[in-house]
Write a protein that binds this ligand. Structure first.
Ligand code: NAP
Ligand code: MG
Length: 500
């Protein structure tokens, strides 16, 4: 009922959050110690489904980042640097087991704090466990090479960790992005300082508590919560860092790269996208349909690799449009803990940003269909209807700019060349999906699409821990996930021995 009073709802969710926490989210972890941040200031933890404050996190700043980097340096030069790779792997495997055991609690934390429908947050917790498992197994399989050189020489390479790795995480997939960064960095022998997003820090603190339980030595994983402009900027600018990995927006990524440039440290940037699904006339449309919608509506469109553009060949265009519109009319947004198709967006700010795009679309484009918001959802929740626009000109801002909400655009195309021109016609290049039965076309498209990953007759928005992942153009550079991430978190030293 829409008339339910807000105060009891707030009390209910704050109690629910407290009931799944086994640590104090208002403390940060530095050198194995949970402590308030140096300033003693805090930030609210908001439930995006209700707009209510459920608790507090610490508002860490430069002083805490200094302490965290010192601790990480000390651990790297001390016990962690001497820990055999197999033992690093065992600790990561223990973390994976504990994450699996606590998967439901972690999923509930994420549903309450980030607004992810429970089935999606449970999937994120399981993906985190899988990252830890994958890199646990990989830790002792990273090797150097021997290189044939001149007579009387033996040359080999050592693959060494960088040292102290800074990891900055966005709010949209906190557990997965933490997993792919931290598990790979630790497996390779680095120590870490993590700055989670202000709006989504609680699950990162939970994983840090799990790491302690799993036996990770003090100082190896440090977490400082706080604002991007304070703790985040202090971390990215810190001269004590040896490597920086950032996932987030292009604008912040540009600042991060400039800061890394000043300190001359390597940086991995995973930025946004405007990824296309390309549907050819000869595809198996029944097979494609659920993915065409799901690959964007997952996480209410707040996915860097969301397939937010659907390019459809003329012969199938009307059918795809009608079938997608039907599906959209059935999509319901509602409170995350009730497991709707879409949860709320992360914040009032994000809702306002996405709302502007929808207004522009309604004024300038064809609205093909909208979903609904559950009538008794809190008016203070950040809910946005799933929205589909059709016959969108490829150069329209809704077809060019990342919206990061539940909005998809349909674009007709004529032939392969036209599809490629439109698909490659943005500043981004993260993912592309191609639906066709023609094997030759699959190969041609895979080669000519200007992106970091191509999916043929499927689409994995972020899926598959084994699969190297990253972008080209303004989607970023460097690769996370799979073995490529381990190469990114290590550097090569060449040893040339002259022995006659
Ligand atoms: P964002 O504003 O760039 O924030 C990302 C992270 O950077 C947060 O932890 C943020 O902290 C921090 N930050 C903000 N300002 C900073 C600064 N000046 N210096 C250092 N750190 C700073 O991005 P977002 O709005 O959270 O996330 C959405 C964007 O991320 C979208 O554009 C999306 O496409 C992209 N994304 C990309 C991927 C990928 O893998 N390619 C994955 C997820 C998201 P606060 O939140 O506390 O301000
Ligand atoms: Mg929150």
């Amino acid at each position: 009922m829409a008339s339910a009073p807000h105060t009891p709802a707030s009390a209910r969710t704050s109690t629910e959050l407290q009931s799944v926490l086994w640590f104090d989210p208002a403390k940060i972890l530095i050198d194995g110690q949970w402590r308030p941040c140096a300033s003693g200031h805090v930030l609210p933890v908001e439930n995006p489904s209700t707009g209510q404050v459920m608790g507090q996190i610490a508002r860490g700043d430069a002083a805490d980042i200094d302490a965290a980097i010192d601790a990480a340096r000390h651990a790297f030069e001390g016990p962690w640097g001497r820990t055999p790779a197999a033992e690093r792997g065992r600790i990561l495997m223990e973390m994976s087991k504990l994450v699996q055991q606590r998967a439901e609690a972690l999923a509930m934390i994420e549903a309450l704090d980030v607004g992810k429908p429970l089935h999606q947050s449970l999937n994120d917790a399981r993906a985190l466990a899988r990252y830890l498992e994958f890199y646990a197994g990989a830790a002792d399989k990273l090797m150097g090479t021997t290189i044939p050189y001149q007579h009387g020489f033996t040359v080999y390479t050592l693959r060494e960790p960088h040292g102290v790795a800074g990891i900055i995480i966005p709010w949209n997939y906190p557990m997965q992005i933490l997993g792919r960064g931290v598990a790979a960095a630790l497996a390779a022998g680095n120590t870490c300082v993590v700055k989670p997003a202000e709006d989504a820090s609680v699950s990162t603190l939970a994983v840090a508590a799990i790491a302690q339980e799993a036996g990770l030595p003090a100082g190896v994983l440090n977490v400082v919560t706080g604002l991007g402009a304070e703790a985040g900027a202090a971390l990215s600018e810190h001269p004590g860092l040896d490597h920086l990995s950032f996932t987030g927006s292009v604008a912040t990524g540009q600042r991060i790269q400039a800061a890394a440039g000043r300190n001359v440290v390597p940086v991995t940037l995973e930025l946004g996208g405007k990824s296309p699904h390309i549907v050819f006339d000869d595809c198996d449309l029944d097979d494609a349909m659920p993915t065409l919608v799901g690959a964007c509506m997952q996480n209410a469109g707040q996915t860097c690799s969301a397939a937010s553009r659907v390019l459809v060949q003329r012969g199938l265009y009307d059918e795809v449009k009608h079938r997608m519109a039907d599906m959209y009319r059935g999509l319901v947004a509602g409170p995350a803990i009730d497991g709707h198709d879409l949860g709320p967006l992360i914040s009032a700010r994000q809702k306002a940003l996405v709302g502007r795009y929808i207004e522009w679309g309604k004024a300038e484009l064809n609205l093909a269909a909208e979903g609904s918001i559950r009538p008794d959802a809190s008016p203070d929740g950040h809910f946005v209807r799933a929205t589909l626009f059709s016959e969108v000109p490829p150069d329209h801002r809704l077809a060019q700019e990342e919206i990061f909400g539940p909005v998809q655009v349909l674009i007709p195309f004529e032939d392969e060349a036209d599809a490629l021109r439109i698909a490659n016609g943005t500043v981004y290049g993260l993912i592309a999906g191609v639906w066709t039965r023609d094997g030759g076309r699959q190969m041609r498209m895979a080669r000519q699409l200007n992106v970091g990953q191509v999916y043929l007759n499927n689409y994995g928005a972020g899926g598959g821990v084994e699969l190297p992942f990253g972008g080209v153009g303004q989607s970023g550079h460097g690769r996370e996930k799979g073995f490529e991430a381990l190469y990114g978190f290590t550097r090569i030293k060449t040893v040339t021995a002259r022995h006659g």
